[in-house]
Structure formats: C-alpha cells, structure tokens
Design a protein around this ligand. Structure first.
Ligand code: NDP
Length: 423
C-alpha cells in the first residue's frame, strides 16, 4: 500500500476508537482496575491519538536525494518486516497503539503479546484495525506468559522487538534480540525525581506530586516517586499534601466518582506492601496511608501512601515500587538536588518546579532523564518523543523520531558514466 492508504486505515481506526471510547474504557477498567474516570480520558483516547498522528505521518515518509556531481544517490525508507510488540499491564490499549501505529505506518506487520494480566484490550485494537481496513495478518495478537514473548523474540522471521516492561525482562529480551541482531525499543522502569524548589507554586507542586504518584494507583513507569522538596517549604508541602489526600475517593472503579482504584493483581499488592514494610523498618516517617482502606470489599486495595524523612540509601528510595508510594526527601541547594536526582540506575523522567526560568532550564539540562517537565508532570502527548536514558530504555516511542525506530534506510548509488577500473 502507499503511505496515504496506510494512513487512511490508521486514521479510520482512530475514529472508530474515539466513537467507542466509553465501551473501550469500561473494558480497560475491568482489565486493569483503573478508575473509569481515568480510562475515559487516558487510554483509548491516547491510543486513538497515536493512530491519528502516525496515520498522518504515513504519507510523508520519504527518502532523500544526494547529488554527487553527475552521479547521484537516493535513499529508500523501507519497513523492517515482521515486528513484535510486548506489553505491560498498566496501559494495555495505549501500549498496543503506541507500538502498532508507527509500525503499521511504516509498512511493517506486528505480532503483539499483551501482559497475561490484561489480555482483553489488545484484542479490541486488533478488531478495530481490521474493521478500519487493515488486511488480516497485519496486526496480530498472541496471548500467553513470558515464554510466549520469549519465543516471539527468538523467531528468525522477526526483525524488531519493542518491549514495555521491567528492567529485568528488558535485559532478557534485549539479550535474546541481540543474538539475532534485531532492532529493539525498550521502554523500561523508572525511579524518577520531582524536584520542588522553595519559590515554586506550592499548590501546583502538590497537585503534580499527587498526579505523579497516585494516578493509576501509582502503576506508571514515568512516575515521580522521589519527590525532593527544598528545606524551606518541606513541612508546608507535607501538610498540604496530607490535607489534599483526605479528598481522595477510593471505590468501585466503574463508578465515575472514584478517582483511586485498586492494584492490578494480588501479586502487585504484595510487592507494594513489601516495600511499605521496608520503608517503615528502615526508618522512613509514614505521613499518609500505608495500609488497606477499610470497607472497600473485594479488590487489591492499598491506600495512597506518603513517606517523609526518606534517605537516598533506603530501599524505597532506590527500587521501583510500581504502586502508590511517594517518598519525600529534603534538600538545601540546586547542586545537591541535581546530584541526588541523578544518583539512580534509571533515567526515564524527571520534573522541576520553580518560578525561576533560568534555573528550570539549567536543572533540566543536567537531569539524566528522557522526558522532563517544568512546572507539570507526566504529560505524554503522542507528538513528543518518549523513552528512557540509562537502564530505563533504548530508543524512543512517539514523535517523528519514532519513524527512525520502525523503518530502515536503503542507499542506492546511481552511476551516470563509465566505470573506471585499475586494470
Ligand atoms: P514485565 O517486565 O514483568 O512484563 C512485561 C511483558 O513482558 C509482559 O507481557 C510479560 O509477559 C513479558 N515477558 C516476561 N518475560 C519475558 C521474556 N523472557 N521474553 C519476552 N517477554 C517476556 O513488566 P510488568 O508487566 O510487570 O509491567 C511493569 C513494568 O513495566 C515496570 O517496571 C514498569 O516501569 C514498566 N513499564 C514501563 C513503561 C515505559 O514506557 N517505560 C510503561 C509501563 C510499564 P507476562 O507478564 O504475561 O508473563
């Protein structure tokens, strides 16, 4: 197909997805436990944005022409071939679309394996793409555990693997892909810093810290789980945060008034509770939450939890929790904040709150993170490249740069004259 034809199908799929947003959001809520209040605005809608954005780019893909005297060179932008997408359980629809949309826009086919915890939504993405006109076999969903993912990665027919998952899985998948010299995109975990200077808007910084830790009950890779608050405003920050947390509505995720849902699985709650116990044992001060909310019935509930007086060596300060646990640290100077923010194996995201513009840009320039926000947090529109530095990943999703990760260049040298040879 031409790029225009591929783009038309992707854009049609985006329209279908938007028209069915409520139905898809309810399914996503049942799949993940995330509140409908969130899924209505953050899942199928983000998936549709990716289909629309890359649908729009598909017709613009091209090579270049390089004049070499009389001779010339042209490049062809070609698909990679059969690609594999492997997803985590926190954003099943979005992850499937963020991978499928650029892959299909570039003319590849994809076999997608969702997390076995959330198997439903990727099937809807496949149904919608077929309904929009994608030929059968262009986007395929295979269900299964990690071994199914591993089998896909090892298959000789596969040219590229894009994984969204944890660092340990990323290491295994990257190594298996290396054996076959396959391209990879790795969207892995994080332990991101959110640095709040004492000239920041306190109310906005508290709002951002709430969004950066408790949206999707904390099950977001880019979350700002290490909140560094400058000494002068730290207690005021904690007071206001505790006050605001009393306004949380924990309950049935299908009730649109609910703004905080359960963990995706019993296993994930156990992991999070293990970290809360370690935080307490290692001497962090529990400011809010820490337990299971009462009277919520079945569901893997855990309260939004805040620890203060956290030190950089504590387990909760170093390891990704992937649950609603915020750690608040104090700091005195900009240099200190920057050094401590970067003292992690991860490099996915980071945020800075200050009214001093020069300082905001200076700090961002020094932060080792793929996505940075100034005076906000966790906004990830499809127009912007997204991905990690250090152990948080390889390559980028979204934005125009994603095209480089889903296509390859063929160089064609064209001679216009006779061929000279030494003998
Ligand atoms: P996992 O790494 O456990 O799993 C991710 C996917 O990989 C699942 O589909 C899993 O299958 C599959 N898988 C497991 N082992 C292998 C293998 N050897 N070969 C191929 N595939 C395999 O992550 P979670 O699902 O627990 O998700 C949480 C993690 O994902 C967190 O670390 C989080 O930070 C990260 N994440 C990163 C994002 C980013 O964009 N950077 C976004 C969202 C999450 P199965 O689980 O079915 O066995």
């Amino acid at each position: 197909m031409t790029g225009t034809e591929r783009g038309r199908i992707l854009r049609r799929a985006a329209d279908i997805m938007r028209a069915r947003n409520r139905e898809l959001s309810e399914l996503e809520t049942k799949d993940t436990g995330k509140p409908l209040q969130e899924t209505l605005v953050a899942d199928a809608t983000s998936g549709a944005d990716a289909l629309e954005y890359f649908g729009g780019l598909a017709a613009t893909l091209s090579g270049e022409h390089i004049q070499m005297g009389e001779d010339f060179i042209y490049t062809r932008r070609e698909p990679l071939g059969v690609t594999v997408g492997i997803g985590a359980w926190n954003y099943p629809t979005q992850i499937a679309c963020w991978k499928a949309a650029p892959a299909l826009a570039c003319g590849n086919t994809m076999v997608f394996k969702p997390s076995e915890t959330t198997p439903l939504c990727a099937l809807k993405v496949a149904e919608i793409l077929i309904e929009a006109g994608a030929p059968p076999g262009v986007f395929n969903v295979v269900q299964g555990y990690g071994d199914v993912g591993a089998a896909l990665v090892e298959d000789d027919r596969v040219a590229k693997v894009s994984l969204t998952g944890s660092v340990p899985t990323g290491r295994r998948v990257y190594a298996a892909a290396a054996t076959g010299i396959k391209s990879v995109t790795m969207e892995l975990g994080g332990k991101s810093p959110l640095v709040v200077f004492d000239d920041a808007s306190l109310e906005d910084a508290v709002s951002a810290a709430i969004n950066a830790n408790f949206y999707s009950s904390g099950q977001i890779c880019s979350n700002g789980t290490r909140v560094f608050v400058q000494d002068g405003i730290r207690e005021a920050f904690l007071d206001r945060l505790s006050e605001r947390l009393r306004g949380v509505t924990i309950g049935d995720p299908l009730d649109e008034a609910t703004n905080f849902g359960p963990m995706v699985s019993e296993r994930q709650r156990e992991i999070v509770e293990g970290f809360v116990a370690k935080g307490r044992a290692e001497g962090a001060r529990l400011v809010a939450g820490g337990g299971r909310p009462e009277g919520k019935g079945a569901g893997f509930w855990i309260e939004p939890t805040v620890f203060a007086d956290v030190t950089d060596d504590m387990t909760i300060a170093r390891e990704e929790i992937f649950g609603p646990v915020m750690s608040v640290f104090g700091f005195a100077t900009e240099d200190e904040a920057l050094a401590r923010a970067n003292a992690t194996i991860y490099g996915l995201s980071a945020g800075v709150f200050t009214r001093d513009l020069a300082r905001a840009h200076r700090v961002v320039a020094g932060l080792q993170a793929g996505s940075c926000w100034i005076n906000t947090y966790n906004l990830t529109p499809v127009e912007a490249p997204f991905g990690g530095m250090k152990m948080s990943g390889v390559g980028r999703e979204n934005g125009q740069v994603a095209i480089e990760h889903w296509s390859q260049i063929k160089t064609v040298y064209v001679a216009m004259g006779p061929v000279e040879a030494p003998y």
